[in-house]
Design a protein around this ligand. Structure first.
Ligand SMILES: Nc1ncnc2c1ncn2[C@@H]1O[C@H](COP(=O)(O)OP(=O)(O)OP(=O)(O)O)[C@@H](O)[C@H]1O
Ligand SMILES: O=P(O)(O)OC[C@H]1O[C@H](OP(=O)(O)OP(=O)(O)O)[C@H](O)[C@@H]1O
Ligand SMILES: [Mg+2]
Length: 296
């Protein structure tokens, strides 16, 4: 299957934080995955695409080496790879809005941290030595880095490091280990990464089609169709409140002079607060409906 050069290949995480989101994204783009010959690869039956299920750490290499045309990987993992492989050829096609987390400097509750200078001469445990190195270099600080592949949060308790730099999302893992976050080193989310190498016209066309669909899926995730009624005097204030909407459609309401229906696609999240503001600005009969598919 891997040798089939007519088909696109995408590497996604086999198990872990990004695995389900990655599969869901491809499914939402209409890719019907059939079970593979083993659990390391699978074929899409209605599109020239094969999926490779791998460890997240291997995804940047697969893409940069051209084994895969695309990959879905945490921005943090890709950044660490890029710092260690400056000649690697790849490009980030889009940020995917899931796998959001932050690399943070943390230490035992009570340890002193005022600024990065507090790390001077200290030991920092991390799985992201190159990102941490850059952070230290930017701050003009010298520390020693202890590289660990996992369970980084244990390092201060084990006495092998004074600080850690690890992934934080809710902060529950830090809490559970008696650690406190002091500083932000890197903000991350999952990204779609693409190999930079020439491909034949058919494959290039398939890649563009896939990207168009993925763009549509990402755009519809937040997007909502909003409908409301309002008097003409309130239209300017109301249209200004619609989040990420282009020019809305404004139609006169039958038998109600001076009253209009406003329809718009909002590209950004529509929160309850927005609806309350719209109502206060004179809107009534406000409806917000999800958009299933969109192609711009
Ligand atoms: N708590 C979290 N919340 C949100 N995103 C996270 C969180 N932890 C990790 N991530 C993101 O998901 C990616 C994968 O995390 P995961 O913990 O599944 O990796 P892993 O254990 O190294 O998996 P693998 O077995 O593939 O090597 C991380 O690189 C990061 O981008
Ligand atoms: O701030 P929190 O919401 O607690 O999330 C942070 C934790 O999540 C990740 O680990 P994960 O749970 O994916 O397990 P892993 O260590 O086996 O990768 C990460 O390595 C942190 O330990
Ligand atoms: Mg990993």
């Amino acid at each position: 299957m891997f040798a089939d050069t007519d088909r696109l290949h995408i590497a996604i995480q086999k198990n872990g934080r990004l695995a389900d989101y990655s599969r869901d994204l491809l499914r939402d783009a209409g890719m019907r995955v059939v079970k593979g010959v083993n659990d390391l690869a699978a074929r899409v039956e209605n599109f020239p695409l094969d999926l490779l299920f791998v460890r997240d750490d291997d995804i940047p290499t697969f893409v940069a080496d051209g084994v895969c045309d695309f990959g879905i990987v945490g921005g943090n993992v890709l950044e660490e790879f890029a710092l260690g492989t400056p000649d690697a050829k790849f490009e980030i096609v889009s940020r995917l809005g899931f796998g959001r987390c932050t690399l943070k400097i943390a230490g035992k509750d009570g340890v002193e941290y005022a600024s990065p200078a507090s790390l001077s001469g200290k030991r920092i445990a991390t799985s992201y030595p190159l990102i941490v190195n850059r952070f230290l270099a930017d701050a003009g600080v010298e520390s020693s880095i202890v590289t660990m592949n996992g369970a980084v949060e244990l390092a201060p308790r084990l006495g092998i490091a004074d600080f850690i730099c690890d992934i934080v999302s809710t902060g529950a893992t830090l809490d559970a280990n008696g650690l406190v976050a002091f500083d932000t080193v890197y903000e991350s989310e999952a990204v779609l990464v693409r190999a930079q190498r020439p491909v034949d016209a058919a494959k290039a066309a398939a890649a563009e089609q896939m990207l168009g669909r993925l763009e549509g899926v990402l755009a519809t995730k937040e997007a909502k169709y909003i409908m409301l009624n309002a008097g003409s005097e309130n239209l300017p204030a109301i249209t200004a409140l619609l989040p990420g909407a282009g020019a809305p459609t404004v139609l006169p309401l039958h038998g109600r002079p001076g009253q209009f229906a406003v329809h718009a696609v909002c590209q950004e999240s529509v929160f309850w607060e927005t609806l309350q503001k719209l109502k206060a600005a004179g809107a009534s009969a406000i409806l917000v409906v999800p958009i299933e598919k969109m192609m711009m």
